[in-house]
Design a protein around this ligand. Structure first.
Ligand code: C2E
Ligand code: MG
Ligand code: MG
Length: 406
């Protein structure tokens, strides 16, 4: 990182803090540092073409214009530099402020508690990149109805599979099918670019039928090869509005020769359903036919607890946003632990989603969450890659165990 490329502004109403931080930055080798004790003066500086800072150390609690109001002015100006929040507010307040600023697409490098230590400050500034690199990513293309319809009809949708493993033994117990669109020109297209379109245009039943049929065929192939895996498929709430959906699923499984007990249906409630009676009936009938039911993204959405009360779920998937980084965040830990406890008390299997690194993995294991899924274990992959991946995962897992545990 080029220290001379960074022009830092410290905005804080306390003169002592301004001096302290300015001294710290000078000691760290930052030459271009200015200070302001109120938001109005800071905005003037930002508006001046030459001296405009590209990194702001911002105090949240200031008399006239507070830190959040200041952020709003930055948004109005399409400010493309970075922010570090420095304040005496507690962790939850700081996190909330950071989330808010990020929601407005302002780049936030992190937050610091006063008094900040030079080491932590240096590490955070280390994440700074030149503003041209933080331009908001181009909006993702969302496809038109006709294109999605054609993709379904032309067999351009394929399933990737992401492993789910037991944290105690490392055993790969199942996979989740995640749909991908192998677009003839645009490469691999992800579900957030076409699931919503399919839902909005009455195409979701056709899409689900394709994903399910592919997953069932694949499951059958794995079973024939001696690979016993539970295979999960995601359903949309819009699949649960016509009563013959349960029969369609059962007929597909029977045709493929796959026992329903080895299939799992993941449901997430992404929008409020006015009338839950029909989804309830469909899911209960699927459960009667011995398909396993899983509540996906638990803790987000609209009425997770109502769903838990009313539906016979076998599995609960704790949403990624409560898993990733929970090892160092007490609030996430509280939510994680209570979701885990809830699932255990209700006799359900629990899966932690979004296990991204070693620290996440150690955390979910130590907390007693039986199953984990996430990039740390494996990213979603084509079916053909799975057998070799399982072999190498199991070998590495055994090698990582302390000798006395084997
Ligand atoms: P989901 O069912 O909660 O699936 C998990 C998503 O998180 C997947 O994204 C997966 O690739 C991603 N993921 C897994 N582990 C990690 C991790 O460690 N870190 C991070 N950052 N991400 C991780 P994907 O494949 O893009 O799918 C997104 C969502 O689209 C799915 O969320 C699901 O709700 C929906 N979806 C996918 N396939 C289908 C489908 O066939 N039908 C329906 N109706 N929805 C689908
Ligand atoms: Mg899912
Ligand atoms: Mg999920």
């Amino acid at each position: 990182m080029n220290r001379h490329a960074i022009r830092i502004l410290i905005l804080d109403d306390e003169p002592f803090m301004l001096k302290l931080l300015a001294r710290m930055l000078a000691n760290l080798g930052y030459a271009s540092v200015s200070t302001c004790d109120n938001g109005r003066a800071a905005l003037e500086l930002i508006d001046s073409p030459d001296d405009s800072p590209n990194l702001i150390l911002l105090d949240l609690n200031m008399p006239e214009m507070d830190g959040l109001e200041f952020v709003r002015h930055l948004v109005d100006r399409h400010y493309n530099g970075s922010l570090i929040l420095v304040s005496g507010e507690d962790e939850r307040m700081q996190e909330a402020a950071e989330k808010l600023a990020s929601a407005y697409k302002v780049t936030v490098l992190g937050h610091l508690h006063k008094p900040a230590s030079p080491e932590v400050l240096a590490k955070m500034i280390g994440k700074w990149t030149t503003p041209s690199q933080n331009k908001p990513r181009a909006e993702k293309k969302v496809y038109a109805e006709d294109e999605v319809r054609a993709a379904i009809a032309n067999g351009e949708l394929i399933n990737y599979y992401q492993p789910k493993v037991r944290t105690a033994t490392g055993q790969v117990m199942g996979v989740e099918a995640l749909v991908r669109w192998r677009h003839p020109r645009n490469g691999m297209v992800f579900p957030d670019q076409f699931i919503g379109v399919a839902e909005a245009n009455g195409l979701i039943d056709d899409l689900t039928r394709v994903v399910l049929a592919n997953a069932l065929d694949q499951s059958r192939l794995w079973q024939e090869a001696g690979l016993m895996l539970q295979v999960a498929v995601n359903l949309s709430m819009d699949n649960l509005i016509s009563l013959d959906f349960a029969d369609m699923v059962a007929a597909l499984a029977a045709k493929a020769g796959v026992p329903p007990q080895t299939m799992e249906l993941e449901v997430t409630e992404s929008r409020l359903m006015e009338d839950l009676r029909i989804p309830l009936e469909i899911l209960t009938r699927l459960r009667l036919k011995r398909f396993r039911l899983s509540i996906d993204d638990f803790g987000t959405g609209n009425s997770s607890l109502v769903q838990l009360r009313d539906l016979p779920f076998d599995e609960l998937k704790i949403d990624q946003s409560f898993v990733r980084g929970a090892h160092s965040n007490e609030k996430l830990q509280a939510i994680f632990d209570s979701s885990l406890g809830l699932a255990k008390q209700l006799g359900m299997e629990v899966v932690a989603e979004g296990v991204e690194d070693r620290a996440d993995w150690d955390f979910v294991r130590n907390r007693g969450c039986a199953i984990a899924q996430g990039y740390f274990i494996a990213k979603p992959m084509p079916a053909a890659d799975l057998p070799a991946w399982i072999q190498s995962w199991e070998k590495d897992f055994l090698a990582s165990l302390p000798l006395q545990n084997i």
